[in-house]
Design a protein around this ligand. Structure first.
Ligand code: PMP
Length: 442
C-alpha cells in the first residue's frame, strides 16, 4: 500500500509516486520488459501488465522475438549451445550449482585458481583476483584501497558502482570533466596546492576512469593520463567493463588498443558480464596489490565466491579469445565486432542521427535528447522487433536522452541492415535526424 511504501522509502516517496504516476505509466512498456530466451543476437521479449502503476507486474501470453541491440554481448559468447555451454554444464556436474562459501572458507575451487592465473596472463600483469559480481568488484574493493586522507580524481561519467565504492571509502572525491585531460590536471594541481583540510599532504592520489565509457561510448585518453599520473606520483584505477575483450587487436582492452604496457596502469579492473558472456569481475595488477586484496577485500573475504558454471564459461571463452583452443575463432570474433562497429556507426552518420563516442567503441549512444522521445523510440523499435535500451536522466544529463545500441560479433550484416533501415524510417517520423538540415533548407 501507499502507507507501507512511505514507511520503507520515506526519502524517495514523493519522487517515486510522481515518477510512477506521471512518467512511468506512460512509458512502462519500455523498461523492465522480461525476456524468455537466451539474450544472444536475438532475444524474445514477454509482454506484461503493470499493476497499480507500480513495479509489480504479471505476464501476458504474448512473446516477441527481436533483434537484440541491447545486451552487452560484444563477442557473441552469450549463448546456450557450443563449447562454453558444454563446459559449463560439465562443471555443474563436477562442482554443483554454487560454492556456498566465501573464498577464504570452503569457497575456492580449482576453477577459481585457474581463472586467476589465466586472467593475469591475459591482462599481462603479475596477478589477478576474481569476484562473483562486477558491481561489487568496484563498490567493495575501492573502500579497501582508499581511506580518509586519500584524494580521488574521478571522471564525471564514471559508473554508479565506482561512485558508490568511492563514497564508502571516505576518501576526498574531486570530479573532472569527462575525458578532459586539461581539466584533470587542473583539478590535481589545485588539490595538491590546497592539500587536506587539516593541512597535511594527501596520503595517496588515485585517478579513476573507465576504458570505454558505458553511457558515452568514448574511449579513455589513456596515454595522456598515464603521463599525468607519472608527473604527480598518482595511481590509476581503470574499469574495463566495456573494453576488455571488445577493444584492441587482441581484445585485451585499452592498453592493447593504444599499445601501452599494462603495468603502467596500477589497478586494472573489469567485468566478465560483457565480452565473456558470463558474470563477475576481476582486479589485476602487481603481486603485492592482489595479496593485499586477498587479505582485505570484503568481496573476497565475506561474500560467497563465483559460481562454478559462471567461472567455467569465462575460462572457456577467455581461452578462445586468447587462441588457446587451437583455432583462430577468438580473433575472428574480435575482428567481426570491429567491422560491425565501424559499419553501424558509419551508416548511422549517413542516416543523419547523432551518435556519441569513438568509432571503435561497440557502445553506440544515439541521441534523442528529449526525455519524452526515449519511450517513443524504444516502443517503436520494439514494435519493429528490435530490442534496445533507452537511457535518460539521472543516468544521462536531463536534455541528453539517448538510445544505447550495443553491437556484437554475433550480429550479421543483414541484421544490422534491417536495424539501420528501421532507424532511417523512424528517424523521419520521430524527428531524430538532428545532423541533417530540414529538407526545405537543403
Ligand atoms: N563498471 C561499469 C563501467 C559498468 O558499466 C558496469 C555495469 N554495466 C559495472 C561496472 C558493473 O558490472 P556488472 O554488471 O558486471 O555487475
Amino acid at each position: 500500500t501507499e502507507k507501507n511504501r512511505d514507511d520503507y522509502v520515506p526519502l524517495f516517496a514523493a519522487f517515486e509516486s510522481f515518477y510512477l504516476r506521471y512518467v512511468y505509466r506512460r512509458v512502462k512498456d519500455c523498461w523492465n520488459r522480461p525476456i524468455c530466451s537466451c539474450p544472444a543476437d536475438t532475444v524474445t521479449l514477454k509482454d506484461r501488465v503493470t499493476k497499480d502503476y507500480g513495479w509489480t507486474f504479471e505476464f501476458t501470453g504474448t512473446e516477441t522475438k527481436c533483434l537484440n541491440l541491447g545486451s552487452y554481448n560484444y563477442l557473441g559468447f552469450a549463448q546456450n549451445k557450443g563449447p562454453c555451454a558444454d563446459d559449463a554444464i560439465e562443471s555443474i556436474h563436477k562442482y554443483g550449482i554454487a560454492t556456498y562459501s566465501p573464498r577464504r572458507e570452503l569457497g575456492t575451487n580449482a576453477l577459481h585458481t585457474e581463472l586467476e592465473k589465466l586472467t593475469a596472463e591475459f591482462l599481462g600483469v603479475e596477478d589477478a583476483i576474481v569476484f562473483g559480481m562486477g558491481f561489487a568488484t568496484n563498490a567493495l574493493n575501492l573502500p579497501s584501497l582508499l581511506s580518509p586522507g586519500c584524494l580521488v580524481i574521478s571522471d564525471e561519467k564514471n559508473h554508479a558502482s565506482i561512485i558508490l565504492g568511492l563514497r564508502l571509502s571516505g576518501a576526498t572525491i574531486k570530479v573532472y570533466k569527462h575525458n578532459n585531460t586539461h581539466h584533470l590536471e587542473k583539478v590535481i594541481q589545485q588539490a595538491i596546492v590546497n592539500g587536506q583540510p587539516n593541512g597535511k599532504p594527501w596520503k595517496k592520489i588515485l585517478i579513476i576512469l573507465e576504458g570505454v565509457f558505458s553511457m558515452e561510448g568514448s574511449i579513455v585518453k589513456l596515454p595522456e593520463i598515464i603521463e599525468i599520473k607519472k608527473k604527480y606520483g598518482a595511481f590509476i584505477y581503470l574499469d574495463e567493463a566495456h573494453s576488455i575483450g571488445a577493444t584492441g587487436n587482441h581484445g585485451r582492452g585499452v592498453c592493447d588498443f593504444y599499445g601501452i604496457n599494462p603495468k603502467d596502469v596500477d589497478i586494472l579492473m573489469g567485468t566478465f558480464t560483457k565480452s565473456f558472456g558470463s558474470a563477475g569481475g576481476y582486479i589485476g595488477g602487481s603481486k603485492s596489490l592482489i595479496s593485499f586484496l586477498r587479505a582485505n577485500s570484503h568481496a573476497h573475504c565475506y561474500a560467497s565466491s563465483m559460481a562454478p558454471a559462471v567461472t567455467q564459461q569465462i575460462l572457456t571463452s577467455m581461452k578462445i579469445i586468447m587462441g588457446l583452443d587451437g583455432t583462430n575463432e577468438g580473433k575472428k570474433r574480435i575482428d567481426q565486432l570491429a567491422r560491425n562497429t565501424r559499419y553501424f556507426r558509419k551508416r548511422l552518420a549517413q542516416i543523419g542521427v547523432i551518435t556519441y563516442g569513438h568509432e571503435d567503441s561497440p557502445v553506440v549512444p544515439m541521441l534523442v535528447y528529449l526525455f519524452s522521445k526515449i519511450g517513443a523510440v524504444v516502443r517503436t523499435l520494439t514494435k519493429r522487433q528490435i530490442a534496445v535500451v533507452g537511457a535518460g536522466f539521472p543516468a544521462t544529463p536531463i536534455m541528453e536522452g539517448r538510445i544505447r545500441f550495443c553491437l556484437s560479433a554475433a550480429h550479421t550484416k543483414e541484421q544490422l541492415d534491417y536495424a539501420l533501415q528501421v532507424i532511417d524510417e523512424i528517424g523521419d517520423s520521430l524527428g531524430l535526424k538532428y545532423s541533417r538540415k530540414p529538407r526545405d533548407l537543403n
